[in-house]
Design a protein around this ligand. Structure first.
Ligand code: PGA
Length: 249
């Protein structure tokens, strides 16, 4: 089974129309040489700018979060149908910053992923353990619990509509990357866990690694058998670094 690598940018709460335009102008002319799939996720307010730039190109794009609700009195939220309406194909769910700072529980992440899937978006479902959980030997238990919550909500086959991203919380934005062996171990465990329900889905599903991926460590991480690309935060803000990471996939 060969899985096409995917590299996704997570801009987080960064950007401006001017900075985004410069990013697009620098990156877009180079995508033709890349062999991986590329996705850019931005704050919802900038997704129309991504749509204007990337529609009709090979670059996928979308938001960083989505409401679990369909529409209605949910001030400040963005519905999956709204992302679809402006042309987005992708959305992050369950990013650890949402889980840590905004109270996204496993149940809410599952509901958000379900809302995204039902509207035809491709979710990038983020999972990962905290440092305390790793030190307590709970890494596999935690990621299995997080995967199970989503799988129970959407059904195992729907996982293939999107991808998973394993992001150890202690490696996000800290400069501390999981070693390729540490990451591979967890990716293999996630795949084995899904295989218990559906071996074909497990074999086909792309599992990205995220957490301080840089041009210097990308190739070694991406060469691991169960790592199918990356979710890139800090290094995705600089087009040269992001391009180099994509080129390593
Ligand atoms: P980082 O972020 O690359 O800055 O560690 C990754 C992420 O949060 O998706």
């Amino acid at each position: 089974m060969s899985r096409k690598p995917l590299v996704a940018a997570n801009w987080k709460m960064n950007g401006s129309t001017a900075a985004n335009a410069a990013w697009i102008e620098s990156f877009l002319p180079r995508v033709g040489s890349l062999k991986c799939d590329v996705v850019v996720c931005s704050p919802a307010i900038y997704v129309p700018q991504l749509a204007a730039a990337f529609k009709g190109t090979v670059v996928g794009f979308g938001g960083e979060d989505v409401s679990e609700y369909d529409h209605g009195a949910y001030t400040g939220e963005t519905a999956a149908s709204m992302l679809v309406d402006i042309g987005a194909g992708w959305v992050l769910t369950g990013h650890s910053e949402r889980r840590t700072y905004f109270g996204d529980t496993d149940a809410r992440v599952a509901a958000k992923t379900k809302a995204a899937v039902e509207k035809g978006l491709k979710p990038i479902v983020c999972i990962g353990e905290t440092l305390a959980e790793r030190e307590a030997g709970k890494t596999i238990e935690v990621v299995e619990r997080q995967v199970k919550a989503v799988m129970d909500a959407v059904g195992v086959k729907a996982l293939l509509q999107g991808v998973l991203a394993y992001e150890p919380v202690w490696a996000i934005g800290t400069g501390k990357t999981a070693t390729p062996a540490q990451a591979q171990e967890v990716h293999a465990a996630i795949r084995a866990f899904i295989a218990k329900t559906d071996p074909e889905v497990a074999a086909e599903l792309r599992i990205l690694y995220g957490g301080s991926v840089k041009p210097a460590n990308a190739a070694e991480l991406f060469s691991q058998p169960d790592i199918d690309g990356g979710l890139i935060g800090g290094a995705a803000l600089k087009t040269d670094d992001f391009y180099k990471i994509c080129a390593a996939a």
